[in-house]
Each structure stands twice: as C-alpha cells, then as structure tokens.
Design a protein around this ligand. Sequence first.
Ligand code: SF4
Ligand code: SF4
Length: 317
Amino acid sequence: MELSRRRFLEYCSIAAGTIGLTPGDLAGLNEALANPAAPEVIWLHGSSCTGCSVSFLNRISDTMGEPASVVEVLTQAINLTHHATVMTFAGESCGAVLEHAVKRGNYILVLEGGVPTAFGGFCCIAYSYKGEEVTYAAAVSELVQHASHVVCAGTCSSFGGIPAAGINPSNVVSVQAHAGVPTINISGCPANPNWVVWAIVQLLLGNPVELDADNRPVALYRIERGQNPWEKIHQSCPHKSAYNSGSLAADFNDTVNKCLVDLGCRGQWTKAKCDRCWNGIEGEGHWCIGVNSPCHGCTEPTFPGLQSFFRPYTSGS
Ligand code: SF4
Ligand code: SF4
C-alpha cells in the first residue's frame, strides 16, 4: 500500500507541470491518499474501443518506468476497485464489487464509452450478476445515483463520439443524455491521460472544478498564453502566421511550416490544451499539429461528424 501510494505521488510530481497540479495540490494529495475514507474509483466501460484506458495505463506505465506496477498503482494508490481491463476479479465477483460500491456510495464513477439505448440496451452488456446480464445503460442509470462525481473519460461517454456517428443503429448517446446527471467531461479520442488523472486528483482533494458550457474543465480546455485566454486551438497554433499569410499545405508531402486547413484541420472549432503534452512526451511540438497532422477536433461534441478528416472542414460548433 505504502509503495503504491508513493509511486502514484511520484508520478503526479514528475508530471505535475503538464497535469496542471500545484505544489499545494501535491501536498494535499499525500494526505488524501493516506485517508482510509478516501473515495473509491469505479471505472466502467460501455460502447468504446478501450483506447482511453490503454492511453491512461500506458502513460502511467511510461512515466514510472515499471509496467508491471501499473495495476498495483491503480488498484491500491487511488483505490480503483472496478476496472474491467485491469481488475483481478472476474465473472460474478465483478457484480459483487459494484453491488458493495452502491451500498457504500460516495465513489468517483469514471465512465468510458457511450451508452447504447436501442434493443433495451442489450447491444452492450457491462457485466453479469446473479444469473442476469446487466446492460451498460442499466448499470450507468444505477451507479450515477450513488456516485459523488461522474467523470466521462473520452469523447464517447462525453458526447457519443464515434459509436454515435452516422446511422448509429444501437442509438448510442452520451452519459449525460442517458442519465441526466451532471458530468465532468474529459473529452478526447482518446482522452488525454494526464487530464483524467488531473480530474481524479481534483476530486480526491475536494477542489471545485470549473466547467465550460460542454461540462469540460476550463483548466484543461482553455489555452492560456500570458494574459491571453484563447478559446480555440487555432488562435495559438504555431502555424497561425502561415494561415494568416495564406501559406497553406496542399498535400501531406509539403506540410512543414504550413497551415493544414486545406488538409482538414478543425483547429478553428476545437477547444483543448493539446499543445503541451501528448503521447507521454512533454513540451511543445508533440501533438497532432506539432507533427504536421491536422487537428480532427476529437475533443468536440461535433466529433467525428460525417465529413472526411482530410478535406477542408466546412462547419463546426
Ligand atoms: S494548422 Fe489548423 S489550427 Fe493551425 S493555423 Fe492552420 S487551421 Fe489553424
Ligand atoms: S490536436 Fe485536435 S485531434 Fe489532436 S488530440 Fe487535440 S483536439 Fe484531438
């Protein structure tokens, strides 16, 4: 227990700059993790590719340099009692874990994946318990009632995302549309793992989280440069001067120092602090536009939409 807590704190300290944690947060976190009454974290998967979980697990793993410790860190340091990918329980035991959590209440519920609502929700079974299959839709409806906070990890649970795009035969909707409760949306496809950690840490500390109109934390989705709070990626993009001068890339063989708007960039419609850290690499440059790929607007309610990712985008939120 002590070792895992120490490792999680080490991770938060190493990544504090990019996660956005202050020295005060880190000091308080030590205390919060040591508290035996600290809330447990329940992580449930719905209609998704599990990419948000994989991204989250890889990030902590890379930072600590000890992949074998990831499960230990998650299950012991932040009291993650249910996560289908990493938990040691299987079968009926998973249902029992959730039943106990509901009885205790006051947990942080992390939901990854949209909610299929057609066919009675039976397109997506969250778990089986006492001989019955429990749909993700039913599990979400029940679990949100007893949670202290609901965090949507990724664009699928936040807004519907890829599973809800197009003809959507299973009628996938966002968690908020299905359950009608306030959520903290950490949108992204996948969600930036640092931002998921940030949200969990803020809730463990009892810090208030200011949200924007789409229930995303302002601290993560508003870009600030000095005194300037920017609303969209485009406004602070390193290719903005190329955009202003009309130096636009026409194909992917000629993108260096050119604006990517004609290759489908949605930066003008997208809010997110992506330019600080992605893929476990900190610092400027290591993000979609930084490696000369257009922004697909993966943090937005309009993602993915029905337009090609690689043609000029013609509408946005
Ligand atoms: S690359 Fe995208 S975000 Fe950057 S200036 Fe061009 S359109 Fe705007
Ligand atoms: S730059 Fe755009 S597509 Fe890339 S992660 Fe950020 S919001 Fe998503």
